[in-house]
Design a protein around this ligand. Structure first.
Ligand SMILES: [Zn+2]
Ligand SMILES: [Zn+2]
Length: 165
C-alpha cells in the first residue's frame, strides 16, 4: 500500500507502521483490522468484521479471519479464548495484563498482571516439567457489581430464599 493509498483508505498511519515493524506485508484488511482494535479494548471476530467492513466496504469474512490470524501470529494482536468457541481480540500491549470475566453478563475487563512482568505465576512446580515459559494467561471469573446487585435484589432469589418445608 502506498502512502497515498493509505491516506485514501482512511487507515491510521500507526497501523501501517505496526505492520511494517512486524515485517508483515501491508494490506488494507490487515491495516483496517488493527484500526478496528485500536482504542476499542476487546472485540469479538463479528465486531472486527463489522468495523473493517465499515471502513473498507465489502471484505470477506475469511479475509478478516486471515488478517486476524496473521496479526496474532506476528504478535501484534492478542487473542483471548473465553470458552473454547468465543475469542476476543485486542491490540497487544506487551504489559502482560490479565482479564476479568463476569459469569452473569459477560462483562470483560482488563486486570493488571498479578506480578508485573511475564511470565507471572511461574513457579518451581511449573518449572519441574522443563518448559521454557514466556507467558501465563489468567482469566478471573466472578460477578460484576451490577450482577452482584441483581442477584442480591431479585424477587426470584428472595422466593428461593424462603425456608424449606
Ligand atoms: Zn455482570
Ligand atoms: Zn485485555
Amino acid at each position: 500500500m502506498t502512502q497515498r493509498q493509505v491516506q485514501e483508505s482512511g487507515v491510521r498511519p500507526d497501523s501501517v507502521a505496526l505492520l511494517r515493524g512486524a515485517g508483515l506485508r501491508v494490506t488494507a484488511s490487515r491495516a483496517a483490522t488493527l484500526d478496528a482494535l485500536a482504542g476499542h479494548g476487546h472485540l469479538d471476530a463479528e465486531s472486527v468484521i463489522a468495523a473493517v467492513r465499515a471502513q473498507l466496504g465489502s471484505v470477506s469474512r475469511q479475509g478478516v479471519y486471515d488478517a486476524l490470524r496473521a496479526l496474532v501470529g506476528a504478535g501484534l494482536v492478542r487473542s483471548i479464548s473465553l470458552d473454547g468457541r468465543r475469542a476476543l481480540f485486542e491490540l497487544e500491549q506487551h504489559d502482560n495484563h490479565h482479564h476479568l470475566v463476569c459469569r452473569g453478563c459477560g462483562r470483560f475487563e482488563d486486570a493488571p498482571c498479578a506480578e508485573g512482568s511475564a511470565p507471572c505465576l511461574d513457579s518451581p512446580a511449573v518449572g519441574r516439567h522443563g518448559f521454557a515459559i514466556d507467558q501465563a494467561e489468567v482469566i478471573y471469573r466472578g460477578l460484576c457489581p451490577a450482577c452482584q446487585g441483581r442477584q442480591a435484589g431479585s424477587p426470584a432469589d428472595r422466593a428461593h430464599a424462603s425456608p424449606a418445608p
